[in-house]
Design a protein around this ligand. Structure first.
Ligand code: ATP
Ligand code: MG
Ligand code: MG
Length: 381
């Protein structure tokens, strides 16, 4: 049997494992927790910390290639693995994407090729840096440089005093202050690049966030103009090739009220906004990751149905004091419903428990089914 390895045992690792298994691979997962969504489906769980040398060496010895589902895996661990096995994405791509300062600097450096810029920003490492902030960066958002996700590690600030308070609140770790931009809508572009340098770009996805967490992804996006779609797709292709990246990469963009496209951040892995590809495209983002890391030809990214994806958070299990399983049977009775649950048996508010994608002959029909699902699940629209 041929083994593929993945760093991280969350839902992305689980869906990666399922795609790899469908293509005949055995899957080994390295994950510090002994109970995890990917561990339930993988053939082997290496239960070790992400920087545990023995665990990394065991994974490398077992597999022909290793990927990551967790963007904060230490870059040194990927370098260590790469001494023995093919690793995609590599330590360089992951280290740029996991550090907001390096990421912003990279976006600026490749702007002559991508033709997009990130939001105006400034590194905040001391009170002196705060004193030196230009008025043009306020109001803004102070973001931690590492480990932020789902809007965690971010504070919205209106004044210099707010920045000082937020910087203190974050324990005076180095942060990035970003200007708050007037967003018209948000999009993401999923790309994949093979070891041979060929790349593919999926259709552009329009994302709606709630409380900092992805709420829905709609493809084709109802607001997306042909011009911003083309610009974002061209920018994404320039970015992956400048990064020399191999594997699936997702880039988030903002479209401002005046139509300007701004690059926000990138995830060096399959992405929540790419889950629709599982049910609406010829090749899912997880199957694409398998192809890229196994040095197989990349798959067709063609979307065969309009799609709307709804994230399922733990909140819907709770009704006052009582905790109950949502009515999946009613959701599954809706036409075009593709339900994916991640095998997590402890729902918590804000925790991603699964997602449901509605595919239909027209986007309007898919949107109507999504509305019906929200009604069934008690999710306000
Ligand atoms: P993710 O879960 O996508 O990794 P994250 O915690 O890394 O999220 P960002 O994507 O940078 O954070 O920001 C979360 C959301 O906050 C964005 O999707 C956007 O809605 C809003 N946001 C972030 N930066 C800005 C900005 N400069 N101007 C306006 N809104 C912003
Ligand atoms: Mg992020
Ligand atoms: Mg984001």
């Amino acid at each position: 049997a041929t083994w593929l390895g993945v760093m991280g045992g969350g839902q992305l690792g689980r869906m990666f494992a399922q795609a790899a298994q469908a293509m005949g691979y055995q899957v080994a997962v390295l994950e510090p927790a002994d109970e995890c969504p990917a561990g339930q489906v993988a053939q082997h769980l290496v239960n070790a910390a992400y920087d545990d040398a023995a665990g990394l060496d065991a994974l490398a010895a077992q597999c022909v290639a290793v990927t990551t589902e967790f963007e904060n895996v230490p870059a040194d661990s990927l370098s260590r693995l790469a001494q023995r096995v093919f690793v995609a994405p590599d330590a360089h791509g992951v280290s740029v994407a996991q550090d907001r300062i390096a990421e912003k600097a990279f976006f600026v450096a490749c702007a002559s090729k991508s033709h997009v810029m990130p939001a105006p920003h400034k590194v905040i490492a001391s009170y002196e840096d705060i004193d030196a902030i230009g008025d043009d960066l306020l109001p803004g958002i102070l973001k931690t440089v590492r480990m932020g996700y789902d809007g965690k590690g971010q504070v919205r600030v209106r004044s210099r005093d707010d920045v000082r308070a937020a910087f203190d609140e974050m324990g005076q770790v180095t942060c990035l202050l970003e200007k708050m931009l007037p967003l018209a809508y948000e999009v993401s572009v999923l790309t994949a690049r093979g070891a041979d340098g060929e790349s593919v770009v999926y259709p552009i996805a329009e994302n709606v966030h709630r409380d900092g967490i992805l709420f829905t992804t709609t493809v084709p996006g109802p607001n997306v103009s042909a011009d911003s779609a083309l610009k974002a797709q061209n920018a994404a292709q320039a970015i992956v090739s400048e990064l020399g990246y191999v594997g699936v990469l997702c880039i988030e963009f903002f479209v401002l009220e005046d139509g300007t496209l701004v690059v926000n951040e990138m995830a060096p892995r399959p992405h929540n906004s790419g889950h629709y590809t599982m049910d609406a495209c010829v090749t899912s983002q997880f199957a694409q990751q398998v192809r890229a890391m196994a040095k197989l030809p990349l798959g067709d990214v063609r979307q065969h149905s309009p799609a709307v994806m709804l994230n399922i958070l733990g909140d819907i299990w709770f009704d006052g004091e009582s905790v109950s399983e949502p009515a999946w049977d009613d959701v599954l009775a809706l036409p075009g419903a593709c339900l994916h649950l991640y095998g997590k048996d402890d729902p918590r508010r804000g925790r991603k428990m699964g997602h449901v994608t509605f595919v239909a002959p027209t986007l309007a029909e898919a949107q109507a089914q999504l509305q019906a699902a929200c009604g069934i699940l008690g999710i306000p629209l």
